[in-house]
Write a protein of this length. Structure first.
Length: 292
């Protein structure tokens, strides 16, 4: 993989103690946002391997890569806002100083991610693609969850792990593709932090799930399966309006091609596999969601 120019996460050359927090926002050269590069590797796009898409001009395919990364960023902004809100309640309610510190460290890192996302969206000049109705639905669902409950942590694991694995595809772009150095830098920061967040959520989910009565775990498994299917569908199969913005019209046709794309379905299975396996191992009843 090539990047447009070398990137240093610490341009001043200073070193930070192990485990110390590093604010990602000033560490990235935001003036280097480049629309002449790929933001998602070609092989990780929703339409990768679709003959009609591969026949498109490189500028169109590259534009879709930029819009699909922005879609991932927008999704992350919504999820992290809900997560931070719930973590703040947990921090407020716990009498344990170590637990409070852990929640607040999570909030600090998530806020850093959101600031990166907002800055990229601002400099990209792109219009938002997340439907307001979808945000309202997600907000209503999130606020009905009891912070710290087993269902809360299980849904958090899904919301953390699927985007994080998709982000890793940005870091692992092929050698013959020039990736945006800003996007690769963001992906490295986000991926490293999210690995810790996912481990944090898994530990708490396992503890909370072990305390659930079997009947409640069975009932909540239905809710969790619906969340997994809906989130996977939205994250991996962007709305038709996104394809239109890339110059692929009619958007509904290209969206349908993405939904039936075997390469995308295979990627979806890889992204969800270990998350579903973990949740099933600790007692949730889930099956791999089928694409429709």
């Amino acid at each position: 993989m090539h990047t447009a120019a070398p990137y240093s996460a610490n341009p001043e050359g200073a070193t930070a103690p192990a485990g110390a927090y590093v604010d990602p926002l000033p560490a990235i050269d935001w003036n280097a946002v480049d629309h002449a590069c790929w933001w998602v590797p070609p092989g990780a796009l929703s339409l990768a391997t679709v003959p009609a898409f591969e026949a498109q001009a490189v500028a169109v395919r590259r534009r879709l890569s930029q819009l699909e990364y922005l879609h991932l960023v927008e999704t992350g902004l919504v999820l992290e806002a809900f997560f931070v809100e719930r973590l703040a309640l947990l921090a407020e309610r716990t009498p344990d100083a170590d637990a409070r510190s852990a929640y607040l460290r999570e909030i600090r890192e998530e806020a850093g991610h959101s600031l990166m996302f907002v800055e990229l969206l601002r400099r990209s000049g792109a219009e938002p693609t997340i439907p307001r109705a979808g945000v309202r639905f997600a907000r209503t669902l999130a606020r009905r969850l009891t912070p710290g409950s087993a269902l809360f942590w299980a849904m958090t694991i899904i919301g953390e792990e699927l985007p994080a694995r998709l982000t890793r595809a940005v870091e692992a772009g092929p050698d013959d593709v020039t990736m945006s150095r800003v996007v690769v830098a963001m992906a490295r920061v986000h991926g490293a932090d999210e690995a810790g967040h996912a481990a944090f959520a898994r530990e708490r989910c396992e503890e909370a799930t072990a305390r659930l009565p079997a009947w409640r775990r069975a009932a909540w498994s239905t809710v969790l399966a619906a969340w997994l299917a809906a989130f996977e569908r939205y994250l991996l199969y962007p709305p038709a309006a996104l394809y239109v913005r890339a110059g692929l019209v009619p958007g509904a046709t290209w969206h349908a091609r993405a939904r039936t794309n075997p390469a995308r379905r295979a990627l979806a299975a890889r992204l969800t596999g270990s998350t579903v396996s973990f949740l099933c191992r600790i007692g949730w009843s889930l099956r791999e969601p089928r694409q429709k």
